[in-house]
Design a protein around this ligand. Structure first.
Ligand SMILES: Nc1nc2c(ncn2[C@@H]2O[C@H](COP(=O)(O)OP(=O)(O)OP(=O)(O)O)[C@@H](O)[C@H]2O)c(=O)[nH]1
Ligand SMILES: [Mg+2]
Length: 418
């Protein structure tokens, strides 16, 4: 079909066809088989086993071709300004409306009795998870719900104050004085944070045989008041963990549709980015790129480890090591130590080790040493050239399937990405 298009549209389509072949050739790991001989055999074994390739080969290709060159990408600086992952909010529910004091009176029925209606209830404030909201940036510091309306004569009740909804992203944890109250992880999940005050009673309510003309009314109750902390924890199945400059963002770009900033200086990434890896059976696995961690991060060095809350929910970890550094295995040791400082046994989640920058000559020697030193599976890749990313994508799927079999049916299941 592309050939036909090339004929119809002339040189422009000829170029597209060449470009497609070039990218597809790279993607299926055809070049340099000697360098990736181990991984190449794994991939072909997987194909042989299943008969079809599990990976949607168009995903990396599509993301490469999809980008509109005229449309500038958001810089990390701009993203930082827009991405807010914690907020403190003061919530004040509406007060109840006051009850009315009035008496019925009409010609020939001068003393018709009390007819003051009750006041309406104050509005409540509800925090609601919404999959279309991506950050807490739009959350205001103070929310006040509508007060209930007062009752009136002729037994008219006051209108209830309407409830206020605060929409937060999926994965928002609501805390009060540092203690978690609720975890909003499903679309549409609600938490009634503060109750509106009850409406007051009108004098009709106090009518009795003893008192046929009560003048008593009650004011509405005050609405509840609370100060809560909202904390967003990015939800992804896999988390890319590594030292700065190890190529996490480049890798996320290579395997998913996300476009995090990539640069040759440390701490380029300041916020987590989530990318979706798509498979041919329409399964989607979310992979999060986390800012770089350095030795001593738990002592607040570098960017600290507060952002590790974002990988608390990741079901498996992908440690990205830069094989061009002198001792990549020590990076792994430091990373595990820092993770355990944040949450004990965090580093013992199902994991894979990604040996990145395999296109560089110095990386090849270190690969065998790394394999000898670690017990986990090591996947050599080059995020820059895209070599062997297919094996990584297949391994992510294996980890994901293992997670689904193990605990997927239980609670804490991560909702589908859309
Ligand atoms: N040669 C080579 N360079 C790479 C590869 N992957 C990434 N790089 C380069 O390494 C540098 C850092 O890449 P990033 O993807 O920004 O690294 P990062 O881990 O996200 O860094 P931080 O965001 O600072 O934590 C960039 O200059 C990339 O071009 C690779 O496979 N081979
Ligand atoms: Mg980065």
């Amino acid at each position: 079909m592309l050939g036909a298009l090339a004929r119809v549209n002339g040189p422009r389509w000829c170029f597209s066809e060449t470009l497609l072949r070039f990218i597809l050739g790279k993607e299926i790991g055809k070049d340099n088989p000697s360098l990736f001989s181990h991984s190449g055999s794994n991939v072909s074994a997987a194909w042989r086993r299943t008969g079809v390739r599990d990976v949607c080969s168009s995903c990396a290709l599509r993301t490469k071709l999809r980008g509109n060159p005229k449309k500038g990408e958001l810089s990390e600086k701009k993203l930082t300004r827009h991405f807010v992952d914690h907020r403190r909010v003061k919530l004040v529910a509406g007060s109840g409306g006051k009850g009315a004091c009035s008496f019925h009176s009409e010609p020939r029925k001068e003393f018709g009795g009390p007819n003051g209606g009750n006041g309406g209830d104050g509005g409540s404030i509800i925090i609601k998870a919404n999959k279309f909201v991506k950050s807490l940036a739009q959350i205001c510091p103070v929310y006040k719900a509508e007060n209930g309306h007062s009752g009136s004569s002729k037994n008219c009740y006051g209108r209830n104050g309407s409830s206020t909804y605060i929409c937060v992203p999926l994965g928002t944890v609501v805390k009060e004085q540092g203690k978690s109250i609720v975890d909003l992880s499903e679309h549409g999940q609600e938490y009634l944070a503060v109750f509106g005050g009850a409406g007051g009673k009108g004098n009709r309510f106090f009518l009795s045989n003893e008192n046929r003309a009560p003048m008593t009314t009650t004011p509405g109750a005050m609405g509840q008041e609370r100060t809560l902390q909202l904390e967003l924890r990015t939800m992804a199945h896999a988390g890319l963990v590594g030292f700065p400059n190890s190529g996490k963002s480049s890798l996320l770009r290579a395997i998913s549709n996300a476009r995090p900033a990539v640069a040759a200086y440390p701490f380029t990434t300041l916020n987590p980015h989530v990318g979706i890896v798509e498979y041919r059976d329409h399964e989607q696995v979310a992979v999060a790129d986390i800012p770089g961690i350095i030795r001593g991060a738990h002592l607040n060095r570098g960017l600290g480890i507060s952002f590790l809350r974002h990988i608390e929910r990741c079901r498996f970890l992908l440690f990205v090591l830069d094989l061009s550094t002198p001792e990549p295995w020590t990076q792994l040791k430091h990373l595990c130590y820092e993770l355990d400082q944040y949450e004990p046994s965090l580093s013992r989640r199902p994991q894979a080790i990604i040996a990145n920058k395999m296109d560089l000559p110095e990386a090849r020697e270190k690969l065998e040493t790394l394999r000898a030193r670690v017990s986990e599976r090591v996947i050599p890749v080059s995020a820059l050239t895209g070599q062997n990313t297919e094996e990584l994508i297949l391994h992510i799927r294996e980890l994901y399937d293992g997670y689904l079999q193990g605990e997927g049916s239980g609670e804490g299941k991560i909702s589908r990405w859309e």
